[in-house]
Design a protein around this ligand. Structure first.
Ligand code: CDP
Length: 578
């Protein structure tokens, strides 16, 4: 490993971050020897992503811009999604986390999609698909006068292909599988992950329509449609289907639901196509063959003297939009179709992480009206400034090519560089690298055990809690252990009352609190919000159903729930003994 110059040290790099970077992000030679330090990695990314400015401005100060990007990343104020950190400036050069591929109703189209999936996974991206165009199982196949296998059989082919690739050992391939609620095989789809050994490389979501939700409300039947001939295949009772979804989600967290008509209501380019799927974690609706790169601002770094540092936030939002737009230019796409679609719409997804950290630093409990209000204010600010930044880029660089006919194409409208600007990603790994709370989630626990890449176990004490505990003199190893075992501080008397009040965790708050926060951020997010609504193990199916209805009523675009202990393997777990 090359020695770092003092100029290039990263004071805020945590031990966990260093471990994750070394295991999966840093450049290696053919023998697997690590060739760069974290500082070199951030330089590599900063320089590669600054370079496209030259295309649009011959006099661009690339060194200055690269320094800005480098500082923004190494201060952990902003990080792009993992593929950008891993691949920028390297041979592969694939920088996006999110892709959606079409799956057409023919052998050629299905197996083309399998091949394209393999190419994307190899490059570190995740893929989403709608299987709704596939004719149902046991339907006619004219060319062979045989019968069709149906969407579920084909999903297994995608699953096995993913299993085999494992993204070159850096990142597990992730898929989203969506089926419309009016597909004839919907009941089998809802049940397809009941056996926890099945389809492990898929997240699944049912695509709900407004028509279906109305039928649920009125306790009516609705039509199942055969996608092959668009004819009515049969009818189902809407409440029966809805209840089945709820039961399965209660059992082990899947399927999730997405509201398809809402995704299309906010589709910025309806003239180009209909949105039928999202990326694997659900936050990024995309058209077939579209990809998107994400980046997240770490809100915990924007609290100064007990208040939000709006000025700094504004600067970082503008620089982040420039960064993400440049990623589209620097990106090496795995397929020509993806290159063309992505360049034509230029979607980017700027979001946040460290929201729970920010609230703690401001002394506001996550489960309070004040927090929901502030969430709206912060995201509105980021969304507004993000759109302004995209308009400024539009003036210099031109609007996205599909602008004409898009929702932005109104009389006297300013140019717009990107068809979408904001998305709230889960920030699963980049939040570890930043030592921040993930996405807009509450703290999972004040101290907990995290499993990374299946087996590597990291023990974490919330850094802000540790600091406060030390400053106020109640820190001890024994207390940290006790908290890890409890998973919450709210009933630990050694922790002062005012500290307990703000260190609320995912399990201290109600599912309604989770959904209100998701809805608050959704209000000012172009794309969608990744969020898990946590339930205690004791929650009933009724509780889950109520939460789904609340998500629908509050304007969320989808929901993922998880009842504690309902899956054999859990990514995050507290040391709590039952
Ligand atoms: O933190 P990081 O940038 O690694 O990713 P994330 O915010 O947790 O996930 C963002 C998106 O990356 C997901 O919605 C997926 O589209 C994709 N992803 C993937 O393809 N494979 C993974 N193992 C994790 C994420």
């Amino acid at each position: 490993m090359k020695k770092e110059s003092s100029h290039d040290t990263i004071p805020d790099l945590s031990k966990n971050a260093a471990t994750v970077l070394e295991k999966r992000y840093l450049r290696r030679d053919a023998e697997g020897k690590v060739l760069e330090t974290p500082a070199h990695m951030f330089r590599r990314v900063a320089e590669t992503i600054a370079a496209p400015n030259k295309k649009f401005d011959k006099k661009a100060d690339l060194k200055g811009l690269a320094d800005t990007f480098y500082r923004m990343m190494t201060n952990f104020e902003f990080l792009p999604n993992s593929p950008t950190l891993m691949n920028a400036g390297r041979q592969l050069g694939q920088l996006s986390a999110c892709f959606v591929l079409p799956v057409g109703d023919s052998m050629e189209e299905i197996f083309d999609a399998v091949k394209f999936t393999a190419l994307i996974h190899k490059s570190g991206g995740g893929t989403g698909f709608s299987f709704s165009r596939l004719r149902p199982a046991n339907d006619v196949v004219s060319s062979t006068t045989g019968i069709s296998s149906g969407p579920l059989s084909f999903m297994r082919v995608f699953d096995i292909a993913t299993e085999t690739i494992k993204q070159g050992g850096t990142r597990r391939g992730a898929n989203m599988g969506i089926l419309r609620v009016d597909h004839p095989n919907i009941m089998d789809f809802i049940m397809c992950k009941a056996d926890q050994k099945q389809l492990n490389n898929f997240n699944i979501s049912v695509g709900l329509t407004e028509k279906f939700m109305q039928a649920v409300e009125r306790d009516e039947e609705y039509d199942l449609i055969n996608p092959r001939d668009k004819k009515v295949f049969g009818r189902q009772n809407a409440r029966k289907v809805f209840h089945r979804i709820v039961v399965q989600a209660w059992e082990n967290g899947e399927p999730g639901i997405i509201f398809l008509d809402r995704l299309n209501r906010d589709n910025p380019t309806p003239h180009i196509g209909e949105i039928e799927s999202t990326n694997p974690c659900g936050e990024q609706p995309l058209l077939p063959y579209e990809s998107c790169n994400l980046g997240s601002i770490n809100l915990g770094k924007f609290v100064k003297d007990g208040t939000v540092d709006w000025k700094k936030l504004k600067t970082v939002v503008h620089d982040s939009v420039n960064f993400l737009d440049n990623v589209i230019e620097a990106n090496n796409y795995p397929l020509q179709q993806i290159h063309d679609m992505t360049h034509a719409n230029r979607k980017i997804g700027l979001g946040v992480m460290g929201w729970a950290d920010m609230l703690i630093l401001l002394g506001v409990p996550y489960n309070s009206e004040e927090a929901v209000k502030l969430g709206k204010k912060i995201m509105k600010f980021i969304n507004d400034e993000g759109h302004l930044a995209s308009q400024e880029l539009g003036k210099q660089r031109g609007s996205f090519p599909n602008f004409q006919g898009s929702i932005f194409d109104t009389k006297g409208a300013p140019p717009m560089r990107n068809a979408t600007v904001t998305t709230i990603a889960p920030t699963g790994t980049i939040s570890i690298i930043s030592n921040a709370s993930s996405g807009v989630e509450p703290l999972f626990a004040v101290s907990y055990i995290r499993t990374v890449m299946d087996k590597n176990v990291l023990v974490e004490v919330n850094p802000i809690f540790e600091q406060i505990a030390k400053e106020r003199g109640f820190y001890s190893e024994a207390l940290m252990k006790k908290i890890a075992e409890h998973g919450t501080v709210h009933d630990i008397p050694e922790v002062p009352e005012d500290v307990r009040r703000v260190f609320v965790t995912a399990h201290d708050i109600t599912p309604e609190d989770h959904i209100q926060m998701q809805a608050a951020f959704q209000l000012y997010t172009d794309n969608a919000v990744s969020k898990t609504v946590n339930f205690p193990n004791s929650a009933t199916m009724d509780d889950v159903e109520k939460a789904y209805m609340l998500a629908y009523e509050t304007g969320c675009k989808g929901v993922t729930i998880y009842r504690d202990g309902s899956r054999d393997e859990q990514v995050l777990s507290t040391g709590k003994k039952e």
